[in-house]
Design a protein around this ligand. Structure first.
Ligand SMILES: [Zn+2]
Length: 335
């Protein structure tokens, strides 16, 4: 029986091991996709070194999150960092990124070359580009799986985006990767992964909200929480479906916890917002940028600029500080 909170640790490890034997077979295929020129162009992200002091990108990313209960949070004993990748849209073929087959494998290579390994990588949805064909959907997810299994960071956490899950209510995704919402603990931080995409209306739904409510009441009120999700939980721009219909209920449930930070994807650009003391940070995409909220009639991809390929694309490193609870985020561009 599949447990709602099953993917973490065991799930991630089992998933990584399952993938490993396929890696070598896929390597040759990926190599064919990446030209030497592409690798050189992307080499600019290869020199990333994480030292103790990562730059703060905004005050919102480093809230102290002090306990309103006057209790000590079950905080990490030491700093660590993880990487957020988002919106790779594997399988995308279009003018907005003629090199869409390059950015993900090269980013994985880049991360493999880091001198200081992240504790884990989280991929906040839209692993694949949508397709009406369920066989093609499965094929794209398997390719994605093979590709990211090249990572030498073996703890990988996934969640679907609407491109992966909205057309079949997450059926293919779940058959390959397991539950779409779950929790895990890492070094004193409680991580909650929420699915606001499998329901094509863009909401969590009563069942998941009920699960979340039951889950939260069992936590110590001082628990330090990080939420990963695909869509923004707040109304960033509902006309473009940059919102979660029942996201306000989730935010309300989380307000009682002293330190809550949300990392999400979907909007293909950085965005930082506060709801009360809860910070929300969106990540860049690995395939194409989207316009800023409401700046265009439609959220069509920003056109590819041959003079500045990979402009607006990137990934994020997040350093979780032990005390006081804070997150330092560093954005890495693909160049
Ligand atoms: Zn999306």
């Amino acid at each position: 029986m599949r447990r709602a909170a099953g993917l973490p640790r065991w799930g991630a490890l089992r998933w990584a091991f399952r993938c490993e034997h396929r890696v070598q077979r896929f390597l040759g295929k990926v190599t064919d996709l990446i030209t030497r020129r592409d690798v050189l162009r992307l080499a600019g992200v290869g020199g990333v070194v994480f030292a103790s002091g990562l730059a703060r990108i905004s005050p919102a990313s480093s809230l102290p999150g002090q306990s309103s209960h006057g209790e000590l949070s079950p905080s990490p004993t030491e700093d660590f960092y993880f990487i957020q990748l988002s919106d790779c849209h594997w399988g995308y073929e279009g003018a907005a990124n003629p090199r869409a087959a390059v950015t993900l494998p090269t980013t994985i290579e880049t991360i493999n070359g880091l001198t200081q390994k992240p504790d884990f990588i989280v991929f906040t949805g839209d692993l694949t580009h949508n397709t009406d064909d369920p066989f093609e959907r499965r094929r794209r997810m398997r390719e994605f799986e093979r590709l990211v299994s090249k990572s030498n960071v073996k703890k990988l956490y996934l969640m679907p985006g609407e491109h992966d899950a909205a057309l079949d209510f997450g059926s293919v995704y779940q058959s390959l990767f397991g539950p779409t919402h779950y929790t895990f603990d890492h070094r004193g931080i409680h991580f909650i992964v929420l699915d606001n995409v499998s329901d094509p209306r863009g909401l969590l739904g009563e069942q998941q909200l009920g699960w979340l409510k039951q889950h939260l009441v069992r936590l110590d009120p001082a628990t330090r929480i990080v939420v990963f999700t695909h869509r923004p939980l707040f109304d960033l721009y509902p006309d473009w479906e940059w919102s979660t219909r029942d996201g306000a209920t989730v935010i309300e449930m989380l307000q009682t916890f002293p330190s809550v930070t949300v990392f999400y994807g979907h909007i293909h650009q950085e965005h930082h917002f506060m709801t009360g003391h809860i910070a929300h940070h969106s990540a860049k995409s690995l395939v194409f940028p989207l316009p800023s909220p409401g700046s265009k009639p439609k959220p069509a991809p920003v056109p590819w600029d041959p003079a500045h390929p990979y402009q607006g694309l990137g990934f994020r490193a997040i350093e979780a500080e032990a005390q006081p609870p804070a997150y330092k985020t560093t954005e890495h561009a693909l160049v």
